[in-house]
Write a protein that binds this ligand. Structure first.
Ligand code: NCD
Length: 320
């Protein structure tokens, strides 16, 4: 089965069954990545363009490797965001990339909605690689994969997402994805880092059901997964907490706080980490922290997404 859709712009674009399928295909691609020769001819002859108008190390590299492992040709375009914020210039870029013969474009942009705009102006597939504080669907998919790898399921897990919820596209995509898959989500942050009006937003009918806690310690013992978010100082236009030191004390994950968690806790972070702020130097490196696993899983999951959008040789034939 391949997707009947052209683009992946939001987790909302995927049904529960489609998410399940991405994860299962991820298992096959993960196996391929353990081989000596980590490459299959699935997308030979296809062209994937990475269009990143905002800094990125892991997402861009991960998409590049995923496309290369599938034998697609890959072109990287990085753009100074200032010249391409919105309107005609982005439209022209979309038309140009399409004219160059791209089959898929990964769009990262500081403006929410830029990948959608791009998709409306180009016939090729568009994958949202992170747009402003809106969404980052492939990050959520690789996070689900990492949780499923550890617990064998996602349904029923209690996931605490901690920190800069207000500015986090990762939190938003994860919230949607975890809700869809039947996990229980608690958002944990100081009130200034919780988006205004979230209580109405979190109505389950919007696919965003979550509890909100302003006190990390009141809920930490109940969590199966602690998902720490980076404090996005570059997106904050005003000072949203009194001091970084106080934030680290109240909301940072340190060894002291970890003493109270469940025995088989999974600690996650999308990276890049601010060691010493949301996560202590020590906790960043303990075996329960899955940051490098998340990065490794990202390649397999992005292979799944590229495969499902672009279609290719049947995976069964490739795996054998
Ligand atoms: C995140 C992003 O860029 O949205 N990182 C990532 O893609 N792995 C999170 C962040 O920047 O904090």
């Amino acid at each position: 089965m391949v997707f009947k859709k052209k683009d992946l712009l939001s987790i909302k674009d995927l049904s529960k069954e489609e998410i399940q399928h991405v994860l299962e295909l991820g298992d096959s691609f993960k196996e391929i990545l353990t081989r000596d020769i980590k490459k299959v001819p699935t997308l030979r002859g296809k062209t994937v363009v990475n269009f990143f108008a905002e800094p990125s190390t892991r997402t861009r590299t991960s998409f590049e490797l995923a496309a290369k492992r599938l034998s697609a040709d890959v072109v990287n375009i990085s753009a100074k965001s200032s010249s391409l914020v919105k309107g005609e210039s982005l439209k022209d870029t979309a038309k140009t990339i399409e004219a160059l013969g791209a089959d898929a474009v990964i769009v990262r942009h500081l403006s929410a909605g830029a990948p959608k705009f791009f998709a409306e102006n180009a016939k090729c597939s568009v994958i949202n690689g992170g747009d402003g504080a809106h969404e980052h669907p492939t990050q959520a998919l690789l996070d689900l994969f990492t949780m499923r790898q550890k617990f064998g399921r996602i349904e029923g897990l209690h996931v605490g997402i901690v920190g800069d919820i207000a500015h986090s596209r990762v939190a938003r995509s994860n919230l949607l994805a975890l809700n869809k898959m039947g996990a229980r989500v608690t958002l944990i942050a100081p009130p200034t880092l919780i988006p205004a009006g979230i209580e109405s937003l979190t109505a389950v009918k919007h696919g965003m059901g979550a509890e909100i806690k302003y006190d990390f310690d009141s809920v930490i013992e109940k969590l199966d997964v602690i998902y720490m978010l980076r404090i996005q100082l570059e997106r904050q236009t005003e000072s949203l907490f009194p001091s970084v030191r106080e934030y680290a004390k109240l909301f940072g994950l340190n060894l002291e706080r970890l003493k109270r968690v469940k025995k088989d806790i999974l600690v996650m972070h999308p990276g890049p980490m601010n060691r010493g702020i949301e996560i202590s130097y020590e906790v960043a490196d303990i075996p329960q922290t899955a940051v490098t696993k998340q990065v490794a899983n990202g390649v397999a999951i992005r292979m799944s997404v590229l495969y499902l959008l672009l279609g290719g040789v049947e995976i069964e034939k490739v795996a054998n």
